[in-house]
Write a protein that binds this ligand. Structure first.
Ligand code: ACO
Length: 340
């Protein structure tokens, strides 16, 4: 018998302010820049994204997704002994967004009359940009498998609208805000039951400049560009190869093949990256969860957002094998193979 980390609930949240391509095109036109709904849809597959209002932070989105996730798993905040938030747009330099989320969950539990509040377990952030969620789920899986945690809340939460350059038409149309969460719980079985079957993580810092937000805070001032900058074509070319590579590695680790995958839940960056990856893995598009049209690239939030969508829509069912994979700034990339 082996210890597995199984997904017992999912949840997600998009802030209410929905921005269409046309809304952005109107803003760009006012700045003297050309764009169109047709260009954005054809090159990216994105139709809408959601942006937070002033004063709303990643922890607020994480809180909503986490609450929905706990409800889906029939668990309380007090049951959770580990919180990991994957984010590149944290509320503050420190403390971690995970600590802030833990406090928000505790206050909500107390307000609901649950005197136990939050569990007081470990809480920390993972920063791996668009691969953040697969990094976070891999760390939580390892902690559950070693007995360091039994009930882990893993959240991807981003407010990328805060770091977009609205004078750069090649990047500002791509990203959105949102959060998604899963609850992972320890389960013991002989290998045929639900749980994370394998994970695979990588990074190569030599590509750090092709996708970055290089600014930093020093002496009370922002030094360098605090907005996202990207070489889109370089990212595109690199991403497809890396996604194929990590998918093959994780399948090999779990002793599975392409044919065993019921659903691919890729990072929702761009429809063309997703279709190219599916083609390389010989997976028909009907088995790829696509939600990028609805929320754009939400970085670390995109995989759990797509996963929750497919679970709630009844597409992903118990017992099916799901391949989640991400790629992003760093460069980082990785995957997790899960039996639901
Ligand atoms: N509207 C209209 N025209 C535009 C826009 C826009 N919003 N943005 C760029 N263009 C123009 C360019 O300026 C260029 O014009 P030019 O020929 O006069 O110079 C033309 O469209 C073609 O530009 P390309 O960069 O060649 O367009 P491409 O087909 O490569 O698409 C894109 C650009 C969508 C960014 C693409 O490179 C891409 O998808 N890259 C992957 C990046 C990505 O998804 N990043 C997400 C973050 S990374 C991650 O999550 C993995």
């Amino acid at each position: 018998m082996t210890l597995f980390a199984r997904i017992t609930g999912t949840g997600s949240f998009l802030p209410p302010r929905k921005i269409s391509n046309q809304d952005l095109v109107t803003q760009l036109t006012a700045r003297g820049l050309d764009s169109s709904d047709e260009w954005i849809v054809e090159r990216t597959g994105i139709k809408h994204r959601h942006f937070v209002d002033d004063g709303v932070h990643a922890s607020d989105l994480a809180f909503e997704a986490a609450r929905r996730c706990l409800t889906a798993a029939s668990r309380k905040a007090a049951d959770v002994d580990l919180i990991i938030v994957a984010t590149s747009t944290p509320d503050m330099v420190f403390p971690s967004t995970a600590s802030i989320l833990q406090h928000k969950l505790t206050l909500a539990a107390l307000a609901d009359g649950d005197t136990q509040g939050g569990a007081g377990g470990a809480a920390f952030d993972v920063q791996a940009v668009c691969s953040g969620f697969v990094y976070a789920i891999s760390v939580a899986n390892a902690m559950i498998q070693t007995g360091a945690a039994r009930c882990a809340l893993v959240v991807g939460a981003e407010v990328f609208s805060r770091i977009l350059d609205f004078n750069d038409r090649t990047t500002c149309v791509l990203f959105g805000d949102g959060a998604g969460a899963v609850l992972l719980e320890a389960a013991t079985h002989d290998g045929d039951g639900p749980g994370i079957l394998a994970t695979d993580l990588h990074a190569d810092g030599k590509y750090r400049d092709i996708l970055c937000t290089p600014g930093t805070v020093s002496g009370g001032a922002v030094i360098g560009n605090p907005l996202l900058q990207m070489d889109g074509q370089a990212v595109f070319k690199l991403a497809v190869g890396l996604l194929e590579n990590t998918a093959r590695k994780v399948l090999e680790k779990a002793n599975k093949t392409d044919a065993d995958v019921d659903w691919l839940v890729p990072h929702q960056a761009n429809i063309r990256i997703m279709t190219s990856t599916a083609k390389k893995l010989k997976l028909p598009l009907e088995r790829v969860v696509v939600t990028v049209d609805q929320h754009g690239n939400t970085s670390a939030a995109s995989i759990p957002l797509a996963l929750d969508h497919a679970v709630k829509a009844g597409q992903i069912k118990a017992g099916q094998i799901v391949l989640m994979e991400g790629v992003g700034g760093g460069f980082t990339w990785g995957s997790a193979l899960v039996r639901m």
